[in-house]
Design a protein around this ligand. Structure first.
Ligand code: GLY
Length: 281
């Protein structure tokens, strides 16, 4: 809704997706920002990306620490550098130079994330084969289209629970976890990052739409295809340049929501589809 509010006030689709992600980065329920999953050393290392469909410009960060809003740092990379991806210490220096606020490391350490890591470690200590099952991966994403068919997408994640330090997720890789192209649509994906990156999943959904498939069909087909290929759960949300919507997941759950004018639709479990009217002023 924060993204929609911005659009209504005349903001761009890029402003809208950034605003939507910032809200989720401030909510410990999501694996991003203050709710980030921890790496095997118990540290937060976050990834984020933003992409604009009108000119295919994008900015991303990987392995960032000390930043409450990685999506805004990704936006700064897009707007204020001639690179598409900055990582680790270089990203922190860039944030400092650009006036992106830095926070102490423990600001991002959620208590539940520490407990999750402890549980993960005890599971894999018992049987290393649990490593894939135990390390859920997710993140947050947002797509937007305005009345003129302009599109943008943004993603942010703490990455995989118990990951090795330095691991990059699909959420910071254009074409893997995120894509936006005004000629077709915008996509963000969630789930097992390694599988997603190898399948170039977000771009695969866009390519399927380019071949003439409607957003919902393209999203379902690719989510099913990657799950069958890698036996890993994933999910995606898609919007086409004409406002068609695709939502599909093979993860246990995927919290999703979209807004068209005053109608808000949302769900979390398979076959959920709730809706209500919310007047935004
Ligand atoms: N898709 C998020 C991750 O693998 O880190």
């Amino acid at each position: 809704m924060s993204g929609y509010k911005l659009l209504k006030k005349g903001g761009s689709v890029t402003d809208a997706v950034e605003a939507a992600i910032r809200v989720m980065e401030e909510d410990q329920h999501f694996n991003a920002g203050v709710g980030s999953a921890l790496n095997i050393d118990g540290e937060v290392e976050m990834d984020a990306c933003i992409m604009v469909g009108s000119n295919l410009s994008s900015g991303a960060v990987t392995g960032v620490r000390y930043v409450a809003h990685p999506v805004s740092l990704a936006r700064a990379v897009m707007d204020n550098s001639n690179h598409f991806l900055l990582g680790g210490e270089g990203a922190r220096r860039f944030a400092k130079d650009r006036g992106v606020p830095l926070v102490p490391l423990n600001f991002l350490l959620a208590q539940h994330a520490q407990q999750d890591l402890e549980e993960y470690k005890s599971l894999i200590a018992r049987d290393y084969r649990f490593v894939e099952m135990a390390s859920g991966c997710g993140g947050v994403g947002a797509v937007a289209v305005d009345g003129k068919g302009r599109l943008a997408a943004a993603s942010s994640t703490g990455g995989r629970l118990g990951k090795l330090p330095g691991r990059t997720s699909d959420a910071s890789i254009v074409g893997a976890g995120i894509y936006a192209d005004d000629e077709i649509g915008a996509v963000v994906v969630t789930g097992h990052g390694e599988a997603i990156a190898r399948y170039v999943m977000a771009h695969e959904i866009i390519s399927t739409m380019k071949r003439g498939f409607e957003a919902g069909v393209a999203t379902r087909t690719v989510v099913k295809g990657i799950t069958e290929k890698f036996h890993k759960p994933t999910g995606a949300i898609t919007v086409s340049k004409n406002g068609q919507i695709g939502i599909s997941f093979t993860t246990d759950k995927m919290a999703w929501a979209y807004q068209i004018r005053d109608d808000v639709h949302y769900g979390i479990d398979d076959y959920d589809h709730f809706s209500e009217k919310i007047k935004i002023h």
